[in-house]
Design a protein around this ligand. Sequence first.
Ligand SMILES: Nc1ncnc2c1ncn2[C@@H]1O[C@H](COP(=O)(O)OP(=O)(O)O)[C@@H](O)[C@H]1O
Ligand SMILES: [Mg+2]
Length: 402
Amino acid sequence: MEIIRHELQRPSVFIDEAKLSIDYVPPNLPHREEHLRKLTQLFRGVIETPGRVSQKVLIVGDTGSGKTSVTKLFGKLLSEVARNHGFNLVYVHVNARRERTEYMILNKILSAFQPGIPLRGLSTQELLSIILEYIESNNLYLLVTLDELGVFLKRRGEELLYLLSRTVDDKLNAQQRISLIGISRSPLFGYILDPSTWSTLQKNMLRFNRYNSRQLRDILNFRIKEAVLEGAVSSSTIDLIADIAGASGDARYALEVLYKAGKVADEKGVLRILPEYVRSAKAFITPEIRREVLLDLSTHRILLLLAVCRLLKASEDAYITTGELEARYGLVCEEYAQTSRSHTQIWSYIQDLVGLGVLSSKLSSVGQRGNTTLVSLPDIPASVLENELELLLEKRKVGVRT
Ligand SMILES: Nc1ncnc2c1ncn2[C@@H]1O[C@H](COP(=O)(O)OP(=O)(O)O)[C@@H](O)[C@H]1O
Ligand SMILES: [Mg+2]
């Protein structure tokens, strides 16, 4: 009791930590006003003549360039504008890395206006029909953002886009009720799509550039005002963070460094975020492996990654073979009381993790260790990542017997 009360009363450099959390969307996005303006132009028809036109837009840009935040803010603002125009536009933001199948995505869309038990045992088609009937009979319009769409389409092909766009071509003179925004890190998935879908998307393509250090400084300044004690971060500390993150142009990385540096300050009981804390925070984060990505991983992908960490932590080799990995994964599953997945599934998990940049892989040179795939971690210490993963599993109560 005493310990807890004492800890809670300890002063902190944060006034509101939640303002730095992953799901928080700030009310202003400096250096992205132009993108909001462009989106508004593209959706002008949807607002002015609801039901007559729908829209499809593609957003591309590197990680941490503000794609997710800008569309979430835009969706919120657009549904407010629609309300003022006297109609009901529902905004749904779906993360297609988290919702890994067409079915899961449709279920997510449905739950936006029909919260409660997810429906089971239906076909994808049936689920789609339920959504269409619902929006038709309630006179709703939908703006759906498919975030991380590139990853999804590469894995599953274009059925999802086909399903969702077909809905509007179905009946002649039917109301156009569904508009789409797709987000992807690269536009390279274009070759998967049929040429007409692809040309529509390309026509309405918005590019988000990486932020430079000066822009990151403005962003940090603005976010610090909301989240951190006044005067706790000097302008030279802000410059340091902006310069560190300037190399990747990734605002999420900048904010994570700020957050972790604040945590270091709290641990030390100092009410200032000093440059030294920034440097030690940086040692614990890499732009490649970000909390956001880890949070979205399924439990078995986390267990597999944990096996990688356990192997690499103690290894003289920088790379491990997939055979070694599979064996170690089996042990980790035992430890967490999970049934290990099949060889083929493990292989597809490895591909996924490589695709997400969480694992790196290469083929071994001939004669070295047979001709096999070798995996490793990008530049994060295995023990640091191991720690994060164990915490995640604990939070999800994996392996806890009740
Ligand atoms: N212009 C901006 N102003 C304030 N915060 C921003 C800005 N751009 C990005 N961020 C913040 O940086 C992080 C990463 O942005 P996000 O939209 O998730 O990038 P992306 O989807 O392109 O990877 C989020 O926490 C977001 O709130
Ligand atoms: Mg994003």
